[in-house]
Write a protein that binds this ligand. Structure first.
Ligand SMILES: [Fe+2]
Ligand SMILES: [Fe+2]
Length: 313
């Protein structure tokens, strides 16, 4: 059996002692083999033993049972058995594998189809657990991978949009738009994307095309204009000297203004090969002072409250 008809899930999204509602497989020496049948229990020492083996921290589930896994995660997020922090952890962990998959998925419509229930789950958790956002923020990755970056930008963006009073439907759209904000980077060569030193003029020109490339990709999909704007307008600057359209202030779609903030914030606070990550407060202060003018000032204020006020909750 090869891995093509399976998707990966992280071990720590499965609850020891709880019967699984799908068949579970492991990968051993390149082979996918059946490990646990639907209805069987996953015991804690089984989990520990598996984590120690070469199967690593992942299980596999058949593609056809995707909804079953989704329901299983959903049930945990609504259970009294877990506190808000544990729920945030389960949701983030289950989303990470979806994100890895999305970035390998050449078909954007499939990636979108899998993303929609995921952002819904985030909005639902924010709604049912008022402290969830603070926990999600505390769990944000500090290693830079595009999929990690996109997930964190989506989390921050939903938190910021929530603080700005957007409704649930809009928060879901915001999450989706933020997840796909850099989708156009698929068309930029890997050499440019992973280059360690500064980009030369031609490379920079290529890089700056990613919002347009993203728009072209999303125009072929069934997504709202707001989702497209999160992608196409996230490098606009409030003073009007961003790219690609040099739109000023209020002409930039609110989703574009939100992602402009959360994208920069994530880049500043994340470890990449060539920088030292900034502390959250230093990053926001720099955006308010040195980079003042680039961002919607009201939104930047709200971002501050999302990051720091909620922490006290
Ligand atoms: Fe970007
Ligand atoms: Fe980005």
């Amino acid at each position: 059996m090869d891995a093509t008809n399976f998707f990966k899930v992280r071990i720590n999204t499965l609850i020891p002692g709880k019967p699984v509602t799908f068949d579970l497989y492991v990968r051993v020496a390149g082979q996918i083999i059946m490990y646990l049948r639907n209805g069987d229990q996953l015991t804690k020492d089984k989990v520990d033993r598996l984590s120690a083996k070469d199967s690593g921290s992942h299980f596999y589930i058949r593609d056809t049972e995707r909804v079953g896994y989704r329901d299983y995660v959903h049930e945990q997020l609504n259970s009294d058995q877990f506190d808000a922090f544990q729920k945030a952890q389960i949701l983030r962990e289950s989303s990470m594998t979806i994100m890895e998959e999305l970035f390998e998925q050449p078909d954007v419509s499939i990636a979108l189809e899998h993303s929609r229930p995921m952002v819904k789950e985030f909005v639902h958790l924010m709604d049912t657990e008022p402290t969830a956002m603070a926990h999600l923020i505390s769990l944000s990755g500090h290693d830079f991978y595009t999929y990690n970056h996109s997930l964190d930008v989506a989390i921050y963006s939903m938190g910021l949009a929530d603080a700005l009073g957007f409704n649930k439907k809009e928060l879901e759209e915001m999450g989706l738009g933020a997840l796909f904000h850099d989708i156009g980077k698929r068309q930029v060569s890997l050499d440019i994307l992973t280059k360690k030193g500064p980009l030369d003029d031609a490379e920079w020109a290529q890089m700056q095309k990613h919002p347009q490339y993203g728009l072209i990709i999303l125009n072929e999909q069934n997504v709202s204009d707001a989702v497209k704007a999160a992608c196409f307008e996230h490098h606009e600057s409030f003073v009007g000297n961003g790219y690609p359209q040099q739109l000023p202030g209020q002409d930039i779609h609110p989703f574009g203004r939100i992602v402009a903030i959360t994208d920069t914030y994530d880049a500043m606070t994340t470890q990449r090969s060539y920088n030292v990550p900034m502390k959250p407060l230093d990053a926001v202060t720099m955006m308010k002072e040195k980079l003042a003018g680039r961002y919607d000032p009201e939104m930047l204020k709200a971002m501050h409250s999302v990051l720091f006020k909620l922490k006290a909750a």
